[in-house]
Ligand binder design. Sequence first.
Ligand code: F0G
Length: 367
Amino acid sequence: MAHQWQGLIAEYAERLPLSDSDVPVTLGEGGTPLVYSQPLSEATGAKVFIKVEGMNPTGSFKDRGMTMAMTKVASSETRMVACASTGNTSASAAAYATRAGLGCAVVLPAGKIAAGKLAQAIVHGAQLVAIDGNFDDCLRIVRELTQTYPVALVNSVNPYRLQGQKTAAFEVVDALGDAPDIHVLPVGNAGNISAYWMGYCEYAGRMSAASMEETVRNREPRATRVPQMWGIQADGAAPFVKGEPVEFPETVATAIRIGNPASWDLACAARDDSNGLITAVTDAQILQAQSLLAAETGVFCEPASAASVAGLLMLAEAGKVPPDATIVCTVTGHGLKDTATALGERRVDPDVIAPNLDAVSSALGLS
Ligand code: F0G
């Protein structure tokens, strides 16, 4: 009988910081597909796999961190959570707070959240506050809010978020049999690159800067090596490339429209300790990669997610991709969250024709 995935806390319990009193708050997150991409492999001369994180319950990788963070809040005295978000964190927090029976407040940059993500926060019953500022302002306010009131912070500065997110690296190794040579992913607030690096290190039997010792001690290694971490930012929001915070970040990929990443040091450690890199791509490259991935590989992701593919293609063109390397690209969120950006100028309303076979076959060029 096929194995029914139990959610990442149950699947990876021994490598997560859990106590006996923790009752998992879960929607069955994790266990996402790792899809081989023939077109991307041909384009890069490598073996390219896509980790499709849009297949999580709320359509993004955030659910991995949220199941852990919300489990910990649920077993504490606190009855309310809050987060700043460019959209996906708020969607995930709203759903998992509902699951845990907790109140949820989300602070968002006004006018910069994709419609699908906003809809999610609303239908799951979160309290929405939109501010005249960007994500970095939202995070500053939410940090102050959660220090002042009995409200738990569930952004990725909450260490349990990264603990949950590291399981994506475990899944990659479990699927491939060992770590890939290179792992490529988009970078915004920089939690995810730090979490993947932690996961890869722990599976190889090592600590990373983000590791909690109890999750590494006495565990059997499951990988013989670690990958290079390649982080990709959007040109208009590329603090790691500039080497300093960006005051007014701007990009079509609103999910990574972040100028002052919270996990700065951890992300630099992931880049440097893995012998990797963090670079940036233009909005045009992002949109082109999004469209290519949908049309050629069959995976529809949101713009921020496509930054990983855009970066890989750019680096391949520059001769930076070793031949035959095994490469995993994380696409972090589902394309359905932001159909307006994906469609762009494309025509959405087809011509309406007569309801008969002749008219349809002729419209299709078959007769
Ligand atoms: N991709 C997507 C789809 C995201 O939503 C985010 C972050 C990232 C990539 C970047 O990940 O921050 O760990 O480097 N979204 C956050 C949010 C900021 O509020 O939903 P990161």
